[in-house]
Design a protein around this ligand. Structure first.
Ligand code: MRU
Length: 360
């Protein structure tokens, strides 16, 4: 997608130098900054600190982290240790373990001297797979947007939560992929962007939509219910960090409330994610590990000061107790449909299994 009119991906690989560069999402939306990842520790750090974030991009970055690590130690023990380090970075997005299993499976089958080269090829293949999946999600989701019937006088208006746009993937996005497909094809759309406290990924969403020229409006998380109830939203589009076998979906904290409001208002709630987000090992959402993050994410607010310099403000004393779950589980019964690169299906055991396999 575009940054200042230039086509850009969130990760750039340089196999000859044994490194990648990632777009630092902790600096956005204020600054476009790239971070060099040239060690296993730097790859783990990038994921843990959310310089890269979003389930598909976490998976792709972990794959490249394995390639970086394989350049130093491609032995069986070295690869297993690298995978364990990366797997420990964040618990909920299953794309992480999906990518690590794929890398391990590919590399352990190769003779030791060839593994470093294969590691870069396989990581590139995972990144390309992600772009293709996002593009296909856009194609499958676009008709759902064309079907919306907004009241006369305004364009179709969708609401999204967190950031499931191109910043959460290698390119194109998941929940926003149909928005880009539809607007590229000339459909007029407006996007309500929920702020997504405490990490404010909604600000990333507003930045990337603005960069692509898609009209959007940021709203406080607490405004979503009222907007949905009062008919100002035609559909909710969200991503996923893990989809259980029965169609329950773990996504950014706050998704559940939006899905509840959709049911009450009678509007669709669509979940869009690559098949690598499906975890059939989690039979229901109850089996999905939910990441709990540092309380300082609520206690301390980050932004720019009056001089335009990066700055932090403490809004709660360090000793104030805080509970900060990063994700919630939306039960399958509240989800209108799930979209993957393989198509659109109901959030049921049968639907999920079709979305995982693709056409027979
Ligand atoms: O904690 P994050 O920012 O890595 O959260 C992941 C997400 O971006 C969202 O939950 C998203 O909807 C799923 S990933 C496309």
């Amino acid at each position: 997608m575009l940054i200042d009119g230039v086509a850009t991906r969130t990760v750039r690989a340089d196999p000859a130098a044994g490194l990648i560069e990632v777009l630092d999402q902790t600096a956005l939306p204020h600054q476009v900054r790239w971070v060099v990842v040239d060690t296993l520790a730097a790859a783990a750090h990038a994921i843990t600190t959310m310089q890269v974030r979003g389930a598909p991009l976490i998976g792709a970055t972990a794959a490249y982290g394995m390639a970086v690590a394989a350049g130093r130690d491609a032995s069986d023990a070295g690869l297993h240790a690298a995978a364990a380090t990366l797997a420990a970075t964040r618990p909920t997005a299953v794309n992480l373990s999906w990518a690590l299993h794929r890398m391990l499976g590919r590399l352990l089958a190769e003779p030791l001297p060839d593994r470093a080269i294969w590691a870069w090829r396989e990581a590139d293949a995972i990144a390309e797979h992600d772009v293709a999946a996002s593009t296909a999600i856009g194609a499958h989701g676009e008709p759902l947007l064309r079907r919306l019937r907004p009241p006369a006088g305004r364009p179709a208006s969708v609401l999204t939560h967190c950031n499931a746009g191109w910043l959460a993937t290698v390119d194109r996005g998941t929940a926003l992929a149909p928005v880009y497909a539809a607007t590229d094809a000339g459909l007029e759309l407006h996007v309500w962007v929920s702020e997504t406290r405490p990490r404010n990924q909604g600000l990333l969403t507003a930045w990337e939509l603005d960069q692509q020229g898609v009209p959007c409006t940021v709203i406080a998380d607490n405004a979503c219910g009222e907007l949905i109830r009062s008919g100002q939203v035609d559909a909710v589009l969200v991503g996923a960090d893990r989809i259980a076998a029965n169609g329950d979906v773990a996504n950014k904290i706050g998704t559940y409330l939006k899905a509840l409001a959709c049911v009450d208002a009678g509007i669709p709630c669509y979940v869009l994610a690559p098949a690598s987000t499906i975890d059939i090992g989690s039979l229901t959402g109850a089996a999905i590990p939910i990441e709990e993050r540092d309380g300082d994410e609520l206690r301390v607010v980050h932004g720019l000061d009056a001089a335009g310099e990066a700055s932090s403000v403490r809004q709660l004393a360090a000793e104030v107790p805080v509970y900060n779950p990063a994700f919630d589980v939306t039960p399958a019964r509240l989800i209108t449909a799930i979209v993957t690169e393989h198509g659109v299906a109901p959030a049921t055991t049968d639907g999920v299994s079709r979305l995982m396999r693709g056409p027979a």
